[in-house]
Design a protein around this ligand. Sequence first.
Ligand code: UDP
Length: 197
Amino acid sequence: GNRLPVIDLWVDPVDMEGALERVRQFVENGDRPHCIFAVNPEKNFSVPANPLLYETFKNADLLIPDGIGVVMAARILHHATLSRVPGVELMERICKLAAEKKYRIFIYGAKEEVNRKAVEILMERYPGIRITGRANGYVKDGQMSELIQKINDSNAEILFLALGSPMQEKWYSDYKDSLKTIRVCQGIGGTLDAITG
Ligand code: UDP
């Protein structure tokens, strides 16, 4: 058959420190949610075929070079030297920053047990961290307004969305305008499962 073009994504040329600086700016200077998504050709290959998802990625505030595939593509296509910013590592660095700066965090996604245990582990690992709310990722559509209320009541500036891709990106696109206190929202996929082992 005919060969098909499949990679049609973007990435921001940031390293870990640059990404963290953006996070700090989003929280300190922002008055709206900013989203951070991971770019990974092997995971995001279905994005261009879905117009809503395509727009959500295109309009993302920060697209991190999560995987080696995007680092290699940037080198080949643009002669750009990027270093990987794995989403899982950025999440941990955001937790450290949040503990220092007293930013509040809400963690939404993964199974109830995984979510609960991940919160416990993060609280041990980052003394002083303020995780002011959490919810598992199996909230039914009819209970979504309750969840939004819970997120708003938590007064969190940071939201980790752990629903997997592309579900988390779609959720962000659907609900970002209802988030009152969130300034940074990172899509972290299956990271909570990794943290809890
Ligand atoms: N998940 C969820 N709600 C759903 C479906 C999935 O919270 O309705 C969670 C699931 O428990 C897992 C994560 O989303 O923690 C998906 O992980 P995966 O590694 O597949 O995502 P990726 O990192 O590849 O985006």
